[in-house]
Design a binder for this molecule. Structure first.
Ligand SMILES: *Cc1c(COP(=O)(O)O)cnc(C)c1O
Length: 425
């Protein structure tokens, strides 16, 4: 018996690789067909077969207010009626830039782009242009979009030999990417000891959220700041996930560590394709047309996307209880999982970011994250989906909660978790 989602999936597979426009949507890791979404409202998404789910993916992060927040939708509709794109400056771009700086004072200047991938790629170009150096340090398990030089985890054994993670990326393009271990400042110091004068920047997810959620150890981020300063390299925080989520001012506010450059995405677009990079004025002044680092975009700072971003940020400012509410909901779920599964699961949680790893040890870096039992996660995912609860279809993605999630949503989710754990015993 085929349902509508399965039929659409069969048709989509004829025209798109895996039937999708971003790989994880295909549900390969949880061994079932994806559900096709028709519409959403608040904390819920509805598939084309009429099933309702409590949504804990929230479009992978942008949906911090929940779906279809009236103010955002109405503002977007208003902007649309004035024209979709002009390729010329608009007032919105300045308003958004000013708002971002209010949230994150380190963003003295910024440039709007269309995706997180583009933001990181461009920030690194700016860092290289500013320092006149070629190498960058990234961390194993941190994701910074799919640009060539960043699709690197690590070389086998040797920290300093970076081999591409993807076919189609020449090794020449990744030879300047040095890979360190998350939460291990010694691994960073080693790289700087060897290549210090050639390293333009360290780039890090201040809370790693793309190998599942992994928290930075005490003083880890401060350590990176210190090493960067010592070698006159730049520190780039990739806050595409943590920006406007961990705190209004992102991880840099939460941990009190100031990066030189920051990349933003996801929430900044309020559900539209938009991202940004920015930071110290003297660095950003190397970007064209002021300076010699070229970077451009036909649809960058698009009026519709900036409208969604502005309205979202304004609401984040107006809702003082938002951050404590989404954190409380996340904590309740984290505590329920800990209680239900005991030491079978490692729960990492900070603010409204959370992952439950099916593993009987602490997850502190890539090595420990990948030892998780992904088949156990797949079984858990499938059970929860059957209960009308839509979790990330992979062990290595964060769980996202929005301001629209009600206490009843959280209670229902906790009941399903407790039931599943009891059935497993
Ligand atoms: C999602 C993500 C990106 C890439 O953003 P896209 O908009 O998907 O290109 C970059 N960095 C981090 C930390 C992300 O989570």
């Amino acid at each position: 018996m085929y349902n509508e989602s399965d039929l659409l999936y069969e048709k989509s597979k004829r025209y798109m690789p895996g039937g999708v426009n971003s790989p994880v949507r295909a549900f390969y890791a949880v061994h079932r067909n994806p559900v096709f979404i028709d519409h959403a409202e608040g904390s819920k998404i509805y598939d084309v077969d009429g099933n309702e789910y409590i949504d804990y993916v929230c479009s992978w992060g942008p949906g911090i207010l929940g779906h279809c927040r009236k103010e955002v939708i109405e503002a977007v509709q208003g902007t649309c009626s004035k024209g979709l794109t002009f390729g010329a400056p608009t007032k919105n771009e300045y308003i958004l830039a000013e708002l971002v700086q209010e949230f994150m004072p380190s963003m003295e200047m910024l440039r709007l782009v269309n995706s997180g991938t583009e933001a990181v790629m461009s920030a690194i170009r700016a860092a290289r242009g500013f320092t006149g150096r070629d190498k960058i340090v990234k961390f194993r398990g941190c994701y910074h979009g799919h640009s060539d030089g960043l699709l690197v985890k690590a070389g086998s054994g040797a920290l300093t030999q970076s081999v591409p993670d993807s076919l189609g990326v020449p090794e020449d393009y990744t030879k300047h990417t040095l890979v360190a271990e998350y939460n291990d400042t010694t691994s960073v110091e080693k790289l700087f000891g060897e290549y210090g004068k050639e390293i333009a920047a360290i780039i890090v997810e201040p809370v790693a959220a793309n190998m599942g959620v992994v928290l930075p150890k005490e003083r880890f981020l401060q350590g990176l700041r210190r090493i960067a300063d010592q070698y006159h390299a730049l520190l780039i925080f990739d806050e595409v996930i943590t920006g406007f989520r961990l705190a209004p001012g992102g991880a840099q506010e939460y941990f009190g560590v100031k990066p030189d450059l920051t990349t933003l995405g996801k929430i900044i677009g309020g559900g539209m394709p938009m991202a940004a990079y920015g930071g110290r004025r003297d660095i950003m002044e190397v970007v064209a047309p002021l300076g010699g680092v070229y970077q451009a975009g036909t649809l960058s700072g698009n009026p519709v996307a900036t409208t969604a971003g502005i309205e979202t940020l304004k609401l984040l400012k107006q809702e003082p209880g938002l951050y404590s509410q989404i954190e409380a909901g996340t904590k309740k779920i984290a505590d329920t999982i800990r209680e239900a599964f005991g030491d079978k699961i490692c729960v990492n949680q900070i603010g409204s970011l959370m992952s439950a790893f099916f593993i009987n040890e602490q997850v502190v870096d890539y090595k420990s994250a990948v030892r998780s039992d992904t088949e156990a996660y797949a079984a858990y995912f499938n059970y929860m989906l059957g209960q009308g609860i839509y979790l990330a279809p992979s062990q290595f993605e964060a769980m996202f909660i929005s301001y629209a999630h009600s206490e009843e949503d959280i209670r229902r989710t906790c009941r399903a978790i407790t039931q599943y754990a009891a059935d497993m015993k």
